[in-house]
Ligand binder design. Sequence first.
Ligand code: ASP
Length: 313
Amino acid sequence: MPYAIAVHGGAGLTRRDSITPEREAACRIVLEQAIEAGSAVLAAGGDALDACVAAVTVLEDSPLFNAGRGAVYAADGTIQMDSSVMHGADRTAGGVAAVRGIKNPVKAANLVRTHTEHVLLVGPYAEAFAAEHGLEICDASYFHTDDRWSQLQMAKELGRTALDHALDDAMDRMPGDGKGTVGAVALDLHGHVAAATSTGGMTNKLPGRVGDSPLIGSGTYANDATCAVSATGDGEKFIRGVVASRVANLVELAGLSLADAADRVVHQELPVLDGTGGLIAIDADGRIAMPFNSGGMYRGFRDTEQRTEIHIW
Ligand code: ASP
């Protein structure tokens, strides 16, 4: 079985004119670099989750996406990030939530998986854990981007959080865009699937707010028997819809195809909760689904036939 990988850089764009052609081109390049980084691991016979971590690291290192460098600001002017990973072979999982300063939260999430008996570490404890395990810690200036700071100021002026559609629309007319959570799902040459997700969350969120991205079953899920999923969108709705594992459950228990299960969750179930966003999913046969109910979702894949595609709209 050949390998395959899919990545996303967030859903939440509502309008084509919300990003400049230059920014769109730059985002496409970074998405392709993420696919290349993950594919290099997979082509060498590497592990599906290592490939996801490699791909997400590229996206975290780019200031263009809302994860790692370039993450959005919370209401108090801090940057607080969430991430999780899950392996489909044994359903081991790890996550970190509301962490500051960790250059690559996805690596911290994977260390929680491999080096603790736990699934989720939060705040300063997760930061200390990451530092103890040799992960790079950066000061606030590394994460700062002018676009994200402007978005926070606009959110504050409007007195809203970025969870509101009106604000989404207003913020989509700002430089950059209001969202951009990143994630990856992969199938390796050994037939295993995995998923990883990383985010700065929502602009102007309450400090300490945790979204779906670090929560197994909501923002991230992987099981070789069904599929691997990484989600992006209104985190609270994705938590309430238990979106990522819901797709897997529909495959397993309702007998839906991956495409039908993913479509049902994104186009039928999330709207009932007024949830906007999308997800990427892959199964052990390398089938890929990438539905979204927002105006756009940064996404791309390399499938089992080694076709590579990048799409936003
Ligand atoms: N799901 C993320 C969160 O709520 C945000 C996003 O996907 O853009 O934290």
